[in-house]
Design a protein around this ligand. Structure first.
Ligand SMILES: [Zn+2]
Length: 437
């Protein structure tokens, strides 16, 4: 064999070996990469320290990046190469754990699928024994994705309850307040930038309490849960129907009076409603059907229609002057009709209010001359005419017996006298029905 023959042979062997090696590499790569599950477990050493199962800000960002890389469809050879390069877990033990994702954001790690399934089941559960559940929906997408974590460093959540509490508290530590002596809800609310309504919403047990208990813990401004549950149910319940007030006219009672004569009996109805609950609080109720089990009977009241009596029944007028002589009485007279009683006296005699009231007019008015008119309420008015001087003004409150004017001879008058007149509901009545003159 010549040198050249040998060289050709070695070159051929080398080429064939290289071709076989490459073939093995490629075929092996295809077999190996296809044997991997579609979602390759990530090897994340930094994850989940012993101190806390929650992820730090930096860890979350890193994890985001790794997950994003994973999701890109890398070329086959790249995947094949990385498969070998990244098998660092060959050298130290890793275990499978699960990362909780809510709407694409990783929050924490849990130990295994058992815990993950309990969490999902609890989030989708609704406790309404009396209702027919149509649907339970979560507003956010909740999922778990596997990762490999270092066995010696990992301490993920291994109980579902702690994770559910974390989700319910919005992923943050809630502030709680311990009630001390002298606390009131409004004061606690004010001190913590909250409102009484919000406090009750955050601490629903307060609804059924009359008094605060010293030592109780109140959650202040509970954040929105990370996961929002919507439940649509059909609910049935029995509701009381209140009696309706019914009025019957009664002429034994005065206007404005009412009297219960027959107490109504509440009825009952059976309701079926379509209800939507958001995190356990009803946000929508639509009546589906209603069945009256028992009609309510009305509360029956007598309603007074008897006109109010004149106020004078128990009030007595006093005479407007103390010394006088009657010169003309109430009623028809030679020229027309006399609407009051004329009391003769000397000019300047004090005139007193016959009853307490409010001055309705005080001034000159035609035939009355200088007139004071007082409104006593309940349709009763008194008029004092022909004065020489007025001592009260319109709108002024006067007491019974208060001096209101000095008598005179003003207006259509044939000599010094006081014209005293009583009006009931605008109609002049005989003063002697109220007072002897
Ligand atoms: Zn007169």
């Amino acid at each position: 064999m010549t040198y050249y023959q040998r060289r050709r042979l070695y070159r051929r062997i080398y080429r064939i070996s290289l071709a076989v090696f490459i073939l093995v590499l490629v075929v092996g790569g295809i077999v190996l990469s296809n044997s991997e599950p579609p979602m390759t477990p990530l090897i994340v050493d930094f994850l989940a320290t012993k101190q806390s199962a929650e992820l730090s800000e930096a860890q979350l960002q890193n994890l985001h990046a790794v997950v994003a890389d994973q999701q890109q469809e890398a070329p086959l050879t790249m995947r094949f190469m990385s498969h070998f390069l990244m098998r660092r877990d060959l050298f130290y033990p890793h275990i499978r754990a699960l990362v909780l994702y809510i709407d694409g954001t990783p929050y924490l790690t849990v130990a295994d699928y058992g815990v993950a399934n309990q969490i999902i089941a609890a989030l989708k559960k609704y406790d309404g024994s009396e209702s027919e559940v149509l649907a339970v929906e979560l507003e956010q997408e909740v999922s778990f994705r596997p990762i490999n974590v270092n066995l010696f460093e990992f301490s993920g959540y291994d109980d579902a309850d702690s994770v559910l509490q974390y989700i319910a508290n919005g992923g943050v530590e809630v502030i709680s307040y311990t009630i001390v002596k002298g606390d009131t809800l409004s004061q606690i609310a004010k001190n913590n930038n909250s409102t009484v309504e919000r406090l009750i919403a955050d601490n629903p047990y307060l609804n059924n309490k009359k008094y605060l208990t010293i030592g109780d813990q109140l959650v202040i401004n509970r954040p929105e849960p990370l996961v929002t549950q919507y439940v649509r149910v059909i609910e049935s319940r029995i509701e009381q129907i209140s009696p309706v007030e019914e009025y019957v006219d009664n002429d034994q009672l005065y206007v404005g009076e009412k009297k219960l004569v027959e107490q109504g009996v509440p009825g009952e109805r059976f309701l079926t409603e379509a209800v939507v609950y958001r995190n356990g609080i009803a946000i929508e109720r639509v009546l589906q059907s209603e069945e009256i089990l028992a009609e309510a009977t009305n509360d029956i009241y007598y309603k007074g229609v008897k006109p109010l009596p004149p106020q004078l029944a128990d009030s007595t007028l006093i005479r407007p002057v103390t010394a006088y002589r009657v010169t003309s009485r109430f009623g028809p007279r030679r020229l027309g009709y006399h609407s009051g009683i004329d009391l003769k006296m000397s000019i300047g005699t004090p005139v007193y209010a016959a009853e307490a009231g409010v001055v309705k007019s005080s001034g000159y008015r035609g035939g009355y001359g200088y007139l004071v008119a007082i409104d006593h309420g309940n349709g009763l008015e008194t008029y004092y005419g022909h004065n020489s001087k007025l001592l009260v003004s319109v709108g002024q409150r006067v007491e019974k017996g208060q001096k209101i004017s000095l008598s005179g001879n003003s207006g259509r008058s044939t000599g010094p006298h006081l014209h005293f007149e009583i009006r009931l509901n605008g109609v002049a009545v005989n003063p002697e029905k109220y007072l002897p003159f």
